[in-house]
Design a protein around this ligand. Structure first.
Ligand SMILES: *Cc1c(COP(=O)(O)O)cnc(C)c1O
Length: 387
């Protein structure tokens, strides 16, 4: 189904049909995996359908996935990348030396590493703010600020920022807003509809949802921005393979069903943990006790399976996480199976200790990626380790 035809349809219908057309030769209902590097051209310099000349530039399996994510995010164009970080890099590479970026301080650790140790060496400047405070973002803007980059909810502290307000202030200052929507997924939050210019995913996580590939997706609602990103990707080369695109498209078709269960399980576990005497604090935007619960209700329609808990000390965090049966001790998130990790020693070990502590990423903080198993079994697993 093409973009026009999906207008007016509901999310689950779009997830299954957007971008997917019967294959023209046989009518195969599933988009084939076009596992090819190049295409035979009928005449010199005249590729078929105008674009199929080389696999880095164009691939039909990739295009089906791109049309799907564009529709799911309420945008017009999707651009698929080899990883989530490659997608973020492409958005920043629209800028030039001397330009400035204002970034949320508690983003995915790999994002700050890329900003500070790779892209800043090319002359792009980055400043970091706590974007829960919209005024702090406004105060960090400079005449040369071209991009504001936020993540909401953040990893692992589940901080939110007001996408609509920040989009407005970025635009007033002549800058664009990119939102890393990995944690929420398009099922729960659609930044483009709130005014953002780019919505980004590590599709490694919820969009693919089966922990079997690394991938990135960007969606936009502007032809010019899409052209920029296609050009950057073609020129720099971070393309995903056709097989991974096919798997991601298959995953995206069940996103709505999976997210319903992630949302349900996440909320049930957050509530159960909040009442547990051995847990100091629970961070989950769906809890009334979350300091930004009102904003969460306003800009999200569900609160995902990501739950962080503070159990006080590293010893307790280790005792908790190393003896679980169903929650596997691993980095990453957003798959159908439950995972657990200790961010200070695992996913966020590369963040300097003083910054970690300032953001609340203490050694006793445990992050759960609640999967879609049966809730009674998950709670029994937690009950056993927490005692
Ligand atoms: C994992 C992750 C990334 C990086 O994505 P990769 O696919 O691992 O490159 C970026 N942002 C967030 C929020 C993530 O969780």
């Amino acid at each position: 189904m093409d973009h026009e035809a999906t207008k007016g349809l509901s999310f689950g219908t779009i997830a299954i049909h957007a971008g997917v057309e019967p294959e023209p030769v046989t009518g195969a209902i599933m988009t084939p995996i076009f596992q090819t590097s190049t295409y035979v051209q009928p005449a010199v310099g005249e590729p078929r359908a105008g674009s199929y000349d080389y696999g880095r530039t164009a691939n039909p399996t990739r295009e089906a996935l791109e049309a799907n994510i564009a529709a799911l995010e309420g945008g017009t164009h999707g651009i698929a990348f080899a990883s989530g970080l490659a997608g973020i890099e492409a958005v920043v590479k629209r800028l030039s030396a001397g330009d400035h970026v204002v970034s949320e301080e508690n983003t995915y650790g790999g994002t700050t590493r890329m900003f500070n140790h790779v892209l800043s060496r090319l002359g792009i400047e980055f400043s970091y703010v706590d974007s829960r405070d919209t005024q702090a973002v406004a105060d960090a803007m400079r005449p040369e600020t071209k991009l504001v980059h936020v993540e909401t909810p953040t990893n692992p502290m589940m901080r939110l920022c007001d996408i609509e307000a920040i989009a407005a202030l970025a635009h007033d200052a002549g800058a664009l807003l990119s939102v890393d929507n990995t944690f929420a997924s398009p099922y729960n939050q659609r930044p483009l509809l709130l005014g953002a210019d780019f919505t980004l995913h590590s599709s490694t996580k919820y969009v693919n949802g089966h922990s079997d590939l690394i991938g990135g997706l960007v969606a936009v609602a502007d032809e010019g921005l899409a052209e920029d990103l296609y050009f950057i990707r073609k020129s720099t080369g971070a393309v995903p393979g056709p097989m991974d695109c096919w798997l991601t498209l298959r995953g995206a078709k069940t996103l709505h069903v999976r997210m319903e269960r992630h949302n349900e399980n996440g909320l049930a576990i957050a509530r159960w943990l909040e009442d547990h005497p051995r847990v100091d604090r629970v961070f989950y935007p769906g809890l009334e006790s979350h300091e930004q619960h009102e904003l969460a209700k306003r800009q999200m329609s569900g609160f995902t399976g990501m739950v962080s808990v503070d159990v006080g000390t590293l010893e307790r965090a280790k005792a908790f996480t190393e003896h679980m049966q169903l929650f596997a001790l691993a980095e990453s998130l957003g798959g159908i199976e439950s995972l657990v990790n200790v961010p200070a020693l695992m996913t966020h070990a590369s963040v300097p200790e003083d910054r970690r502590e300032a953001m609340g990423i203490t050694p006793g903080l445990v992050r759960l990626s609640v999967g879609i198993e049966d809730i009674d079994d998950l709670i029994a697993d937690l009950d056993r380790v927490l005692g």
